[in-house]
Design a protein around this ligand. Structure first.
Ligand SMILES: [Zn+2]
Length: 217
């Protein structure tokens, strides 16, 4: 099935257009009815992403609901992003990459140590980015979000094939410069992104790069 779909929205008419630097976190709000686009500016960048109901953060993105309700292991055009309350938070309406992961999780000091080497422990990770944003961003603070509020995330543009025997592999990306994924919000959401700083596997082609975030009314 061909799931590639382009958007007709013009970046010049976006109400938000921001760059998130390589390896950094980003927090933003997308209201019901607005459209949110993530652009992989230089290609092969993993974008670890979480969504919370902007009014009640007990409701948040759920990878298990999203996969089990749709019986599909990858995300692309047409995928609905479900919350832990079983509601659709956002719907992917355009995608020029074609496949996004929600099984691989976010990199952390612990996983870097187990997967790569003990001395990788102090390298910058997505979990560090999430924790930093939760502790310092006033919008996260206002929702009462803390360390316990980091569920399994989406890895936009990351290529994590599920093997025949049910394992996961982190392999070279299928994204390329300028590819994007776009979603329409079905509720007001707070978006929390870690623009992955990982240097130990090919998820960022060993070279983390910036992304652009756009919102349209
Ligand atoms: Zn990461």
């Amino acid at each position: 099935m061909n799931t590639l779909a382009e958007s007709r929205l013009d970046p010049a008419s976006a109400v938000v257009s921001e760059i998130c630097a390589a390896g950094e976190p980003w927090v933003g709000r997308v209201n019901k009815g607005q459209t949110f686009r993530i652009v992989d500016l230089e290609g092969n960048q993993a974008v670890d992403t979480l969504f919370y109901n902007a009014e009640n953060a007990q409701e948040r993105y759920s990878a298990t609901d999203t996969l089990s309700r749709q019986m599909r292991v990858y995300l692309t055009t047409g995928s609905k992003l479900y919350s832990n309350f079983g509601e659709v938070m956002l719907r992917i309406v355009a995608d020029t990459c074609g496949r996004h992961d929600t099984l691989g999780g976010a990199c952390a000091a612990e996983s870097n140590t187990v997967r790569y080497a003990l001395e990788k422990r102090h390298m910058h990770s997505c979990r560090d980015n999430f924790l930093h944003a939760l502790a310092h961003d006033p919008r996260c603070e206002q929702l009462g979000l803390g360390k316990r509020d980091i569920p399994s995330n989406i890895n936009f543009f990351m290529n994590v094939p599920v093997t025949e025997d049910g394992g996961l592999e982190f392999v070279d990306g299928i994204s390329a410069p300028g590819k994007y994924v776009e979603m329409k919000a079905e509720m007001d959401v707070l978006v929390l992104i870690s623009n992955c700083p990982q240097l130990n596997n090919p998820c960022n082609a060993y070279n983390p790069t910036p992304i652009r975030l756009l919102v349209w009314d």
